[in-house]
Design a protein around this ligand. Structure first.
Ligand code: F0G
Length: 353
């Protein structure tokens, strides 16, 4: 019987990694592409969700991290560093643990979801909170990697994008060709850049006959790619994408332009509504930032944009259990019906009797 081997072994020939790099893997990737009956009905398109919360640490970051940690280990690093809004640090800490490297994490003070913080700590990371935002953390991480013996594994490290582009390969392998449209959340802009690398590569190699239109969605309070200038004080409840000056700015703009796509902003209310709708209609629980692509699709439908007849993929980037506090905000009081321990009390409370 065959077990999925992780993205390096499944796609090694297609990845630009130093020859013979042994894979440090938790068997990431191979994530489900789930048909959404709800969104297909609304759009008249075939809409599929690429459910990246099914990765080992619960986000798409594992695809890039298996590559970055494998290369760092192979090249003799003993310690690794990243700046993070939470998911990158959770992933880095897990892969560093597996590889026997020392993980150092820089996060914006008070802005990390509890689940992600627990992951980083339990996997043995030293977590340093910075009085600043993600963009400040990234600048510090780059400075540390320049002056001290720690390897930087943020997506400014091109090896990360090599791993992350495998999501595009999986989509084409499953659908038999590239979709017409690909929608996804955008923060530091590594992921949209990596998808575009993957789609371009498959089209150049003739595996796909076309490339999708890329549409990236940012939170309104942190939407520099929409306005065209950095946000010095980014703010959103979708803390994963609370980023004011994306590192992969130019690559992301190229992806949008070359594909005939664009960036747009969605409000926190739209993001949280999309999160709940995904959970109740599709049975897919994602963290707030992860719902930005679905929020974007709904916004475009309301604005009269047509997807009728198209094949659409929306990436949902991370698992809902990462951030239950935000998920439960605004859903009203928790169900707090307490009854005596008998059938008739429960039946009465449930409105069955
Ligand atoms: N969705 C989730 C759940 C994320 O954690 C991130 C980024 C994104 C979307 C945006 O992806 O940055 O490639 O455009 N999280 C990073 C982190 C910044 O530190 O975990 P991007």
């Amino acid at each position: 019987t065959h077990q999925w081997r992780g993205v390096i072994e499944e796609y090694r020939d297609l990845l630009d990694l130093p020859e013979g790099t042994p894979a440090v893997t938790l068997r990431e990737g191979g994530t489900p592409l789930v048909h959404s009956g709800w969104l297909s009905g609304l759009t008249g398109a075939e809409v599929h969700l690429k459910v990246e919360g099914d990765n080992p640490t619960g986000s798409f970051k594992d695809r890039g991290m298996t590559a970055a940690i494998s290369v760092a280990k192979h090249q003799g690093a003993e310690a690794v560093v990243c700046a993070s809004t939470g998911n990158t640090s959770a992933s880095m800490a897990a892969y560093a643990a597996k590889a026997g490297l020392k993980p150092l994490v820089l996060v914006p003070e008070g802005k990390i979801a509890a689940g992600k913080m627990a992951q980083a700590i339990l996997h043995g990371a030293q977590v340093i909170m910075v009085r600043g935002n993600f963009d400040d953390c990234l600048a510090i991480a780059q400075g540390l990697a320049k002056d001290y013996p720690v390897a930087l594994v943020n997506s400014v490290n091109p090896v990360r994008l090599e791993g992350q582009k495998t999501a595009a390969f999986e989509i084409v392998d499953f659908l038999g060709d590239a979709p017409d449209f690909h929608l996804l959340p955008v923060g530091n802009a590594g992921n949209i850049s990596a998808y575009w690398l993957g789609y371009r590569q498959y089209a150049e190699q003739g595996v796909a006959t076309r490339r999708p239109v890329m549409r990236g969605f940012q939170a309104e309070g942190a939407s520099p790619l929409v306005t065209g200038s950095p946000f010095p004080a980014p703010e959103t409840k979708a803390t994963a994408i609370r980023i004011g000056n994306p590192a992969s700015w130019h690559l992301a703009v190229a992806a949008a332009e070359e594909s005939g796509g664009r960036f747009a902003a969605v409000s926190d209310e739209q993001i949280l509504a999309a999160q709940r709708l995904l959970a109740t209609h599709d049975g897919v629980f994602v963290e707030p930032a992860s719902a930005a692509g679905v929020a974007g699709l709904l916004q475009e439908l309301e604005a009269g944009e047509s997807y009728a007849g198209a094949t659409v993929v929306v990436t949902v980037t991370g698992h809902g259990l990462k951030d239950t506090a935000t998920a439960l905000e605004g859903v009203g009081p928790l169900v707090d019906t307490v009854v005596d321990a008998d059938v008739s009390s429960a039946a009465q409370a449930a409105g069955l009797a």
